[in-house]
Ligand binder design. Structure first.
Ligand code: 3PG
Length: 406
């Protein structure tokens, strides 16, 4: 893929729009931003621009959600990141915002209001993004557009793609690193490569697994968490009433994914590892049992130690590892062993290592393993889409801008 970078132009003294993704968890009572990691991830891009006039564009959540709020508190976090005051204007493309932009000086940072407060951003069923008023009113004020919003790169919204034909759209430092490191994992020839899928987002995981196996991207897949429930069911194990009740509650049609898992096992059974033992929550206590003793009346909360040992052995020989999702309910200390020890196995491996996903990052940080990874992706849905070879409108826009302005 070809794109323009921040090294291709002298950005000093220029007016630069920067699209970031700092969509973050917000405390519903106090309105406090609970996690700054997505802000941190944009630090390099933003601080390198300290001789430009920098206008930051971002969204927070979606209409109808409790954390769909103004970006005013986000400006304070940005100020900590760039170590100078980041002004906020409660407007996106109206006269108020445009006058503030026109009066900016070099070294100024200005954050505009939540882009999703404006319907053109979000409801682009017809028409082209570059024809929105957001783009038509803002584009004449800027010299460059830096796109650093990897976590939203699977969206085709106006502030994400609409400026690509109006001015050079460059990859930000974070976007560049995300593309480079994830592509490196996908393309690396050193084998074996291992993917670990756990957590509760089984639909996404099964889709990525299928894509990885069809494209021969990995040699082994290790399953844990709710993802492994589907493969255990597809292998003929009955999990027991409580675990089944969980699946019925959380998935519209869980049997669809059991069938998907069965198809993957039929075609790629030698590449997919499923737990040989599990741990259930017996009134708050760990109780381990081999899967051949299933069903069990208590709910499954972790993988067992035999499975941990088997997974660690596989990780030891691997040259590339991608980690997505915990092995169990690691938030409860009693059931964290599987996640902690498999993650330790990843941490200790000398393989090229990438990870992504909110719970994955939380677990990596909890156990102090962050330093052991070559890359920790900021993407949720975007990471899944990128890994499975899906459509990434922002990457298409970057390529289009390269073709027009290189
Ligand atoms: C994310 O948090 O994954 C991104 O900000 C995209 O959010 P969306 O799924 O609401 O578009």
């Amino acid at each position: 893929m070809k794109y323009l970078t921040m090294d291709d132009f002298d950005l000093r003294g220029k007016t630069v729009f920067v699209r970031v993704d700092v969509n973050s968890p917000i405390d519903p009572v106090s309105g406090t931003i609970l996690d700054y990691s997505r802000f941190e991830a944009h630090r390099q891009t933003l601080t390198e621009l300290n001789d430009s006039k920098v206008i930051i564009l971002a969204h927070q959540s979606r209409p109808g959600k409790r954390d769909y709020v103004s970006l005013k508190p986000h400006a304070r976090v940005f100020s900590r990141i760039v170590d100078k005051k980041v002004d906020f204007v409660e407007d996106l493309f109206g006269e108020y915002a445009r006058i503030r932009i026109e009066n900016m000086e070099n070294g100024d940072y200005l954050l505009l209001e939540n882009t999703r407060f404006y319907s053109e951003e979000y409801c682009l069923k017809r028409g082209n993004p570059e024809e929105t008023n957001i783009v038509k009113k803002l584009a004449p004020l800027g010299d460059f557009f830096i796109n650093d919003a990897f976590a939203a790169a699977h969206r085709g919204q106006a502030t994400l793609v609409g400026f690509a034909k109006e001015m050079p759209m460059l990859v930000g430092r974070l976007m560049e690193r995300e593309i480079k490191m994830l592509t490196r994992f996908l393309d690396m020839k050193d084998r074996p490569k291992v993917a670990i899928f756990g957590g509760a987002k089984a639909e996404d995981s099964i889709n990525v697994m299928r894509s990885f196996l069809e494209r021969d991207i990995v040699d082994k897949i290790l399953t844990g968490g709710v993802v492994s429930y589907f493969f255990l069911l597809a292998s003929g194990f009955d999990l027991g009433d409580k675990s089944i009740a969980y699946l019925e509650k959380e998935f519209d049609d869980y049997s669809y994914y059991v069938n998907q898992a069965r198809m993957l096992l039929d075609n790629y059974g030698d590449k997919i590892e499923i737990p040989t033992d599990v741990v259930v929550n017996a009134n708050g206590h760990r109780k381990a049992l081999p899967v051949k003793e299933l069903p069990v009346s208590d709910p499954i909360y972790d993988i067992g130690l035999d499975t941990v040992v088997k997974y660690i052995e596989i990780l030891r020989d691997s040259k590339g590892i991608i980690l997505n999702g915990p092995m169990g309910v690691f938030e409860i200390p009693e059931f964290e062993v599987g996640t902690r020890e498999v993650y330790r196995g990843v941490f200790k491996s000398s393989a090229f290592k990438v990870a992504g996903g909110g719970h994955t990052i939380a677990a990596i940080e909890k156990y102090g393993f962050s330093g052991g990874f070559d890359h920790i992706s900021t993407g949720g849905g975007a990471l899944i889409t990128f890994l499975s070879g899906g459509k990434m409108p922002v990457l298409e826009a970057l390529e289009e801008s390269y073709n027009l302005f290189s």
